[in-house]
Design a protein around this ligand. Sequence first.
Ligand code: XMP
Length: 321
Amino acid sequence: TWNTGNIIDDQVAVIRERVGDAQVLCALSGGVDSAVAAALVHRAIGDQLTCVFVDHGLLRAGEAEQVEKDYVSATGIRLKVVDAEDRFLGALKDVSDPEQKRKIIGREFIRVFEEAAREVDAERHIEFLVQGTLYPDVVESGGGTGTANIKSHHNVGGLPDDLKFQLVEPLRTLFKDEVRALGAALGLPEEIVMRHPFPGPGLAIRIIGAVDRERLDVLRAADKIAREELTAAGLDRDVWQFPVVLLADVRSVGVQGDGRTYGHPVVLRPVSSDDAMTADWSRLPYDVIARISTRITNEVSEVNRVVLDVTSKPPGTIEWE
Ligand code: XMP
């Protein structure tokens, strides 16, 4: 029978046997899968593991800090943080096409990760790369074990030939809820273990229009409020994901105090789903929606209108880009 204790013991034995005394690298994305995969490998081989976190500046409020501080103090993992915000924002400047954004982010991610991997490799000759591949990812990609591809989170093709590491994929037989249970048993922070799925390109694909720091800050502020109110209402587990989308190129007239405003709308896109292939809009209680709306328009001065997306998938996708 399935039991987190058994899985941990079995995987620890398998990883030790496979890796021996070699050095191992892992890219943390901020999401559940890579966090649990790394924690499991760390449980097995401790200090032989080095993690790299590329902060692309496109995460939600507090998420980078949760990786850099809470995750590290919970696990004791050696973490190399690369602050690449300027580089990503520079590369994304004036780009509003969604596929172009994804390409640029994927390309920059692989370059930055490659540089970091070379540095770690120069210090401690890396032989293995950990990936947080889950069972559904294996099925979706036809079951093959490729070379290092970091694909699930970053839409990228692979590392160059001289950085060919062998893959360690300790979550390959598991589903998401099993991975969460494992993460909790490994002592990871609740905020990381219970985190909703979040796209690799991050908030860049939740800003409809070009991405810049000001727009990211506006979206982060609105998104933080939506997450806070969802949590306060005890509804985190009732939604699969809750994107908040900034329509950065749209303005509408509003009124506040004795002045007219000409601000931006944000879209609330809470969805329920089992696997993200299909989804339905979440029937969140109206009073929760109302609190989110009131707080966003009161606290985020650039936003003067909040709208609710009531489209299922299909025909709508979960994300707006
Ligand atoms: P859609 O918007 O296609 O999203 O209904 C389905 C699921 O995939 C996530 N998503 C992405 N994840 N890179 C990712 O790692 C991406 O470019 C990307 N685009 C969408 C989305 O958040 C949802 O969970």
